[in-house]
Design a protein around this ligand. Structure first.
Ligand code: F6R
Length: 244
């Protein structure tokens, strides 16, 4: 638990930078699992600062984002492609070919093979060195909403009504929020060598209490993280307020 989200975010960014530098020293690449949303914004800002001011290079970095709305044009203001470009990728030296984000533009019939390919790519690169996560008020990680299975893989899912309400502001109304998304599964996330779930503010306190102290259940998918030895919750004091 950190005093505020700023110091917590800097901590997470430095953990990611450490992995990148270690892999550089070993002359190999770092495979990062990334998230979007409000939560990781300051993490990405610190990574950009490290690149600009402390010469952290991302040439040896390969990234896989957790999710994307479906359908979603990459060029749309609300796409996670746009989010990642604006908050991170446009400001660092990552080779564009190293970036992977679920494709919100493919035809429905192509989704199963796209998802299998996404899993295979991660595996063929040796798996994710680290996966960072936010948490939705439904208890979702990625877009694994209540009802998701612990061994689920990358797939097309239906968004929970609460998730769509929470996204309404970005889309100018809930009616404009897509009803579906492509997300890595709980099983995909679990295979990462390190998992960091971040949550800031009082708004997340109730779901954090459930995720950390509640019974393990598909009703709150983040509770599955209790089964992993490689997971850390990084919280600000407000998000930790309901923990016993
Ligand atoms: C985003 C994602 C979601 C968000 C969660 C929290 O890629 O997978 O699980 O992390 O909805 O969103 P924010 O950070 O906006 O509160």
């Amino acid at each position: 638990v950190f005093e505020n989200s700023k110091t917590a975010s800097v901590h997470v960014a430095h953990r990611i930078a450490e992995i990148i530098r270690k892999k550089q020293a070993e002359k190999t690449f770092a495979v990062l699992g990334l998230a979007t949303g409000v939560t990781p914004i300051a993490v990405y800002a610190e990574l950009v600062r490290l690149h600009r001011e402390e010469r952290l290079s991302f040439k040896n970095v390969i990234t896989f984002n957790l999710d994307e709305y479906y359908p979603m044009q990459s060029s749309s203001a609300q796409s996670y492609v746009t989010f990642m470009n604006e908050n991170l990728f446009n400001h660092i030296d990552i080779p564009k070919g190293n970036i992977h984000i679920p494709n919100g533009t493919i035809a429905m019939s192509g989704i199963p093979s796209f998802c299998l390919e996404y899993e295979k790519k991660i595996e063929s690169l040796g798996g994710l060195d680290i996966q960072i996560l936010g948490i939705g008020r439904t208890g979702h990680i990625g877009f694994n909403e209540p009802g998701s299975a612990p061994n689920s893989g990358t797939r097309l899912v239906t968004l929970d009504d609460l998730t769509r309400r929470d996204a309404a502001h970005d889309f100018g109304g809930k009616a404009f929020v897509p009803t579906k998304a492509i997300t890595m599964g709980i099983g995909t996330i679990f295979k990462a060598r390190e998992i960091i779930l971040m949550a800031w503010s009082r708004k997340k306190a109730t779901v954090i209490k459930k995720a950390v102290e509640g019974d393990i259940s598909g009703e709150v998918p983040a509770t599955y993280l209790q089964l992993s030895n490689n997971v850390e919750f990084i919280l600000d004091e407000a998000a930790a307020a309901e923990l016993t």
